[in-house]
Design a protein around this ligand. Structure first.
Ligand code: BYC
Length: 481
């Protein structure tokens, strides 16, 4: 078959020749009803019979891979799509550097590989669960459609990991695939695996922050796994990254639009002090200091997703050729990190300092630094919107030591500026830095749904362009009443 095009003749669309891979097809078909049950229990609340203007992948050619049409979400064709195989691809890093990439799981790394695939897989349904109630309060049909696009593609990313588990890991792979449908975000007995995926996404500002900061961890991790010497994982992640761009877009433009609306409203009302929270809130928009608190929360939760700064797990995965660095093939070094060091941020005598560590064990730190650099781009854009409106206020990323639960700073408290403080000060002042209950209540009070085509809630501006170049009043979701 043509690997570029997706075969839609089977129940499970794919470009991996499933119709001739009976055993895997059977396993996936066996998993399908459980997935549909999960989607109906834990997927978006309501709207399941509504027609949503969604994109579906029909090809894996980056020049034109998706088509847009109205679809009911349960009818979405979740498929298995891998980027085309690169001929004679070599393992690009680690002990096996320069040897042919593996087409089957290397026995000695089986457990490590399975663990990484399971962790990646676990985050996908988790985020759908976290976002399931947001449809009820969408600020427009445009945003509602974007939420659902994100959700169905998270579902597809779960399928992507389940395919790898079922095709390459036999019986225990099938068991892990079932477990992915059993765990639940925030559940006391059976939570999702990583911290940030058990947190609530209570409102749309959180959703935009999540897609900006947490999905961006996804982007970094997928880039690292796309370097993998295990070729099926690499190809799977490469295609997932094509879809990932939409989430980055939703997060970045979502926050831009919130900031834009706030400064526009302040200007119209003649407010000169952006920190006059009561006056700004009275306009029905979200004040900049509260946006900063949300940013502090989501950025710090997302930093935790990179694991400890110094990690033997990360070193082992790199040595094995399983998980590489961001843009590994573009880095000019030995790709084995034999004698290299990397400056790691550590807590020394109560102060955060960079200390050289073997680069191999510092890979989580390095990826996190790459991530922070990537995050900064959005801040520059948002701050431009604020300054263009004539306000002297800057959104900033909090210090790495702020509000951490994993790694070097997990046992201390710090201000967003990185000043270490004691428990009592933290408890007294944390409401200044992360959203308080009152902030949450205020934001919740703005979350009334807007379902009229072309209309937007009071607290967010309209996007500059429509999805698929549709006009401003396009009916992105035909809501079934
Ligand atoms: N929460 O050596 P350490 C995405 C555990 S997001 C809970 O410090 P390591 C998406 C760790 O498992 C991307 N536990 O770290 C976004 C280990 O436990 P065990 C998802 C944590 O292993 C939005 C122990 O602590 N993909 O795609 O080097 C929407 C010591 O670990 C956490 C991946 O993450 C935590 N935050 O690195 C939808 C890629 N952090 O084994 C989707 C695959 C660490 O001792 N995963 N622990 O019991 C990995 O590469 C690594 O597992 C991690 C951790 C980067 C997560």
């Amino acid at each position: 078959m043509n690997i570029m095009n997706v075969d839609y003749s089977t129940k499970i669309p794919n470009n991996v020749n499933l119709s001739e891979d009976r055993q895997v097809l059977k396993a996936l078909e066996g998993w399908h009803p459980g997935y549909m049950d999960w989607w109906s229990d834990m997927g978006p609340e309501g709207f399941q019979q509504s027609l949503v203007y969604l994109r579906t992948a029909y090809s894996v050619d980056p020049r034109g891979w998706a088509k847009f049409d109205y679809v009911k979400m349960p009818d979405y064709r979740w498929g298995i799509l891998l980027a085309p195989q690169e001929e004679n691809r070599l393992i690009p890093f680690g002990e096996h550097y320069g040897k042919p990439a593996w087409q089957e799981v290397p026995g000695e790394y089986r457990a490590m590989l399975r663990r990484l695939v399971v962790i990646q897989g676990d985050t996908e349904p988790a985020s759908v669960e976290q976002q399931r109630h947001l449809g009820k309060t969408a600020p427009s049909l445009y945003d509602l459609r974007n939420l659902f696009q994100v959700n169905v593609e998270e579902g597809r990313h779960l399928w992507a990991m389940v395919y790898l588990l079922q095709k390459y890991f036999g019986r225990d792979g099938r068991e892990e695939a079932d477990e992915l449908l059993r765990r639940r975000s925030g559940d006391e007995d059976s939570p999702r695996m990583l911290g940030a995926f058990n947190e609530a996404t209570p409102d749309w500002l959180s959703f935009f922050m999540f897609t900006y900061f947490t999905d961006r961890d996804g982007k970094m991790q997928l880039h690292s796994l796309a370097q993998s010497g295990f070729d099926p994982l690499s190809r799977t992640c490469r295609f997932m990254l094509t879809e990932e761009a939409h989430r980055m877009f939703v997060g970045e433009t979502g926050i831009t639009r919130v900031v834009q609306r706030t400064v526009d409203a302040m200007k119209e009302a003649g407010i000169t002090d952006p920190t006059d929270i009561a006056k700004v809130r009275a306009l029905g928009v979200i004040d900049l200091p509260t946006i900063q608190k949300k940013l502090n929360l989501h950025y710090s939760l997302s930093l935790d997703l990179f694991g400890s700064e110094v990690s033997t797990n990360a070193a082992n995965a790199f040595n094995a050729g399983i998980k590489g660095r961001y843009h590994e093939t573009q880095i000019e070094d030995d790709h084995q990190l034999k004698n290299a060091t990397y400056p790691v941020l550590k807590l020394i005598n109560g102060e955060a300092k960079r200390v050289d560590e073997p680069a191999l064990t510092a890979l989580n730190m390095r990826l996190r630094d790459d991530y922070t650099q990537d995050c900064v781009k959005g801040l520059l854009r948002w701050n431009k919107v604020i300054s263009a409106a004539g306000y002297d206020y800057k959104l900033t990323l909090p210090n790495t030591a702020f509000h951490r639960q994993i790694g070097e700073f997990k046992d201390v408290h710090a201000t967003p500026d990185g000043l270490l403080i004691d428990d009592a000060t933290w408890n007294k002042r944390k409401g200044e830095w992360v959203p308080s209950t009152a902030d949450g209540d205020f934001i919740a009070s703005l979350m009334t749904p807007v379902t009229e085509p072309g209309q937007f809630a009071s607290w967010i501006s309209a996007p500059k362009v429509g999805i698929d170049n549709k006009p401003g009043d396009f009916e992105y979701v035909k809501i079934e009443t």
